[in-house]
Write a protein that binds this ligand. Sequence first.
Ligand code: P6P
Length: 333
Amino acid sequence: MSISLTRYLVEQQRAEGHIPSELRLLLEVVARACKSISQAVNKGALGDVLGTAGSENVQGEVQKKLDIIANDVLIEANEWGGHLAAMASEEMDTIHVVPNRYPQGEYLLMFDPLDGSSNIDVNVSIGTIFSVLKKTDASKGVSEDDFLQAGMHQVAAGYCVYGPQTTLVLTVGDGVAMFTLDREQGSFVLTQENVRIPADTKEFAINMSNMRHWDEPVKRYIDECLQGEEGPRGKNFNMRWIASMVADVHRIMTRGGVFMYPWDKREPNKPGKLRLMYEANPMSWLVEQAGGTATNGRQRILEIQPTQLHERVSVILGSKNEVDRVTSYHLKG
Ligand code: P6P
């Protein structure tokens, strides 16, 4: 008997009391939006969805048509339900407050609507990343400051990877579950729960072309991996880099590994490339809920107190013993 996302969430709500009905509604709406995004992604060249939109986002990155389509799908799906106060997105400069014509709720939804969009036109897996917080002060209107909470305060986080399968991966603080889209039924079906990341791995994910720009601790770690079984690690390592965080993280959630997008000297004033609020925080909580760890090289990512909505962070996450090793190299200085 297959278990749908809806049944899983209802049973979680009933058994664990983890999921208030407003949060369950939010998660079901986000899942439905991911289904719509998956349909648009799957059209490829058959639909008017490929190529650039002729605009740039707040990060100064060229926006793909599908970036905008995915963002619009998530906004339109979530603004009428009464569960949200506001939304924030990689593709929008400021927060999107739920319009007055709809009731406002207490939840805050952040997302990267289509992460890895440089892979869209070459048919490589991409995905949606989302994170849910609650307003800290229910008595007053919502502002950007409500979003500036450390990742440990998330109440739900997940991603949907649009690959050979469309798979939704979700946590509400009671472990990680995976749901695969059954296109015949049009529903997400539970395909794995209690996801666990092995503490050890022989696989690292990093963009090696940036090697000359890395800080010494990262150079040391990767160099030791490259020395293989003759070197200090005493084992050979494999490398993967899909350049789509959702796909790289999904591989780690599925078979372990360490993902690194560290600070480097190319833009020394930026702490890293990836965004804290809607990329690093949701992925870090998922990884921790699956037994892995996630740091910026020196600090647990989920403890970082954000100061800006679109701030960036250095990311090292995945198999606990490897992430702890990289972190120890940073802390030794
Ligand atoms: P690079 C995609 O643009 C992204 O934000 C992440 O999904 C991915 O891990 C990273 O950037 C890839 O960056 O510099 O290797 O192209």
